[in-house]
Structures are given as C-alpha cells and as structure tokens.
Design a protein. Structure first.
Length: 363
C-alpha cells in the first residue's frame, strides 16, 4: 500500500480551503491548521482475516466494490502495529487452535510502546485456546513486545491479563497518562490529539469560573483543561470510558474534576429541571459556576435542546468531527456567540474527513 506523501501539503491545503468556505458565513477568523505525520499516524487498526487453503492473511475491503485486498503492511498505522502484524501471523500459524475460525484482528497501539491485540473468532473459545494464547503472549514478550492479548467470540471475552493499555501523551511540556480500554473510543491520531489538547488549553487560558464538558470519554480533554479552571464537571454515558476517566483523573493528580455518568441529553434535562436523576444525588450542581462549556459531539452534532443549553454559557469550546453538522449548529450558536478562534486538525490524512474546532465568545 502506497501513500501519496508527496501530495500531502496540497491535500491539506484543500481541506483548509473547504473549511474556510464552510465557516465564512459565520465570520470566522483565519483558521489555524495542525498537520499530521505523513505516515504511521494511526494508533488503531482493524483487519479481516482471509483464509486461503493452508494460508491466511490480513485483508481490507474496497468500500465501493467490496473486493478484498491483501494487506501485508499498512503505512497509515503506527510502526508498532506494522511490526506486530508481521510478527503475529507466523506465530498464529504454529497453533491451529489460534487461527481456526479466526475472522478478524484488531490492534490498539500507543506512543508509550504498548499494544493490545484482539483476536475475533467464529467459535467458542476453550481452555486449549487460552493456554495457546498464553504461549503466544510469552513468545511476543520474548521478542520485545509489551502486549495484551484478548480473545473475543459470541458472548465471550477472554483477557489474559487486562483489557487496557496506559498511553503517555506529551502536551504543552507535560506528560499526561491516559488509560485506553479495548473496544472503547480513543483518538486515532495521537500526535494530532496532542496538538488538539494544546490548542484547547491555549483557547481557555486565563478562564474564570468553572468548566462543563459534555461527551468527555476517558477524560482526554477535561484532564488537560482542568489546569485552566477552578472546577470541572464532565459527563459521559459509556461505563468503560467513565471507569478509565476515573483512573486518569487519579493518575494525573487532578483534584478539581468530577465525572457524571449520563448522556448530554440527560444532563440537559437535569439542568432544565425536566426530571431528576439518582446519579446526581450528592452532587451540588449549584456549587458550580460554569462560564465555559466544552463539547465534542458525535458526527450528528448537538441536538436542538443541547444547542439551547450551550448558548447559556459565556464561552463555548466546540470540537467537531463533522464540519457540516458543526455549521448546522452554528446557524443557531452564531446568533448569541462569535467565533474567536477556529482550527483544522488533520486527524485523517489523505481522506475527505476534517476534524475542526471553534472557540466561541458571547457577543
């Protein structure tokens, strides 16, 4: 697989022009552009396994034709994933119980040189499989890999040790520890994620009062931003992410951040006194003076009720994985707020995908 590395600058320029045009109706300032490494930038990857007689290998499907393509190396993925891909398959071939009815392999790697390998099967995993998987891990460890092996089948998940790795991200002169759980969301491009965090810290520097964050995940943003606020209140609905966030809060010595397990829509209902939630018992929402709100919603953007909630805050930090739904939300947000800063983060080079950010101040 060849990447058009020589075209990277031109492709990024086109993204900048497209985002600039989308934000022009909202009088956005010049967009800050944060580029990506041109290869080995993606920290996670998923491959189907194609069995052909006595052989098998990684494949990906063409999105249009659905034709399978053999993948022996994947320059988009981290160097660690590529080394594991080449090392793993020959070891799996040595034990039939490890490759029989294996249909997918997922990789999650880190800048801290740790990796999770998830093996997915169309069969029930037995004690024999677990014994073979332990042997596989011993061999990989002997070869210098800091690896976790996980087996998955229908209604089955076997972890030999743990289902997470701890990432270390260098951000604004400090190292942050982030526990990343297998099969949970993590930012795919770690280098660009560091740049996103630094931009967010810079936007909110000198802030007064407290911060409310919706969709906090494993605390990726809220932990880094806590230094700029008196207190931070964050919401997340996915239980594994909440557990990881609690670990990350402690690991980074953050003492002014509280996570609530609820969706953004539920929190909006709580704030508007539409309904009460047992999960909020013991939490004095009135003790928070949140002048700033941070949102990083799914591709669908913010729902209308949450947009109205967000407009109640003096400052809005909005990270978007879909500039079109961002602009849909800005139709309403721009009535009360102006864009102070705008940014393009190239999380996904060589694709049409654009990650963006806007820093909004009340007019």
């Amino acid at each position: 697989m060849q990447l058009p590395v020589s075209q990277y600058t031109e492709l990024l320029q086109k993204k900048q022009e497209k985002l600039t045009a989308l934000l022009r109706p909202f009088n956005a300032p010049t967009i800050q552009v944060f580029d990506s490494p041109t290869r080995h930038y993606r920290m996670r990857a998923e491959f189907r396994i194609w069995h052909e007689q006595d052989d098998f290998y990684h494949i990906m499907f063409d999105q249009i034709t659905r034709k399978p393509y053999r993948v022996d190396e994947f320059p988009i993925a981290s160097g660690l994933i590529n080394r594991m891909m080449k090392t793993l398959l020959p070891l799996l071939k040595q034990q039939e119980v490890l490759h029989k009815k294996l249909f997918q392999i997922d990789y999650l790697s880190t800048l801290s040189n740790k990796i999770i390998v998830s093996l997915l099967y169309h069969k029930t995993l037995s004690e024999e499989w677990e014994s073979a998987a332990k042997n596989l891990k011993e061999k990989l460890t002997a070869l210098g890999f800091d690896v976790q092996i996980i087996g998955r089948a229908s209604k089955q998940k076997i972890c030999l040790d743990q289902d997470y790795v701890d990432e270390i991200l260098p951000v604004a002169g400090r190292n942050y520890i982030y526990r990343q759980v297998e099969n949970s969301f993590t930012q795919p491009n770690a280098t660009v994620n560091c740049k996103m965090l630094e931009w967010a810290i810079d936007c909110t520097k000198g802030s007064e009062g407290d911060l409310l964050e919706l969709y906090c995940g494993n605390g990726n943003f809220s932990i880094a931003l806590a230094q700029n606020f008196r207190k931070v209140l964050a919401t997340e609905i996915a239980k594994p992410s909440v557990v990881a966030a609690q670990f990350n809060i402690a690991a980074n010595g953050v003492d002014n951040l509280q996570i609530i397990r609820m969706s953004a829509e539920e929190f909006t209902q709580a704030m508007n006194a539409v309904r009460e939630f047992n999960r909020l018992k013991g939490i004095d929402l009135k003790s928070y003076e949140c002048n700033t709100i941070f949102v990083d919603p799914p591709r669908a953007g913010l729902d209308p009720d949450t947009v109205k909630l967000v407009q109640n805050y003096e400052r809005i930090l909005y990270i978007s994985c879909n500039p079109h739904t961002l602009c849909d939300n800005l139709q309403e947000l721009s009535k009360t707020h102006r864009i102070e800063k705008a940014a393009l983060f190239d999380q996904f080079p060589y694709t049409e995908h654009m990650e963006s950010g806007v820093w909004l101040i009340r007019k």
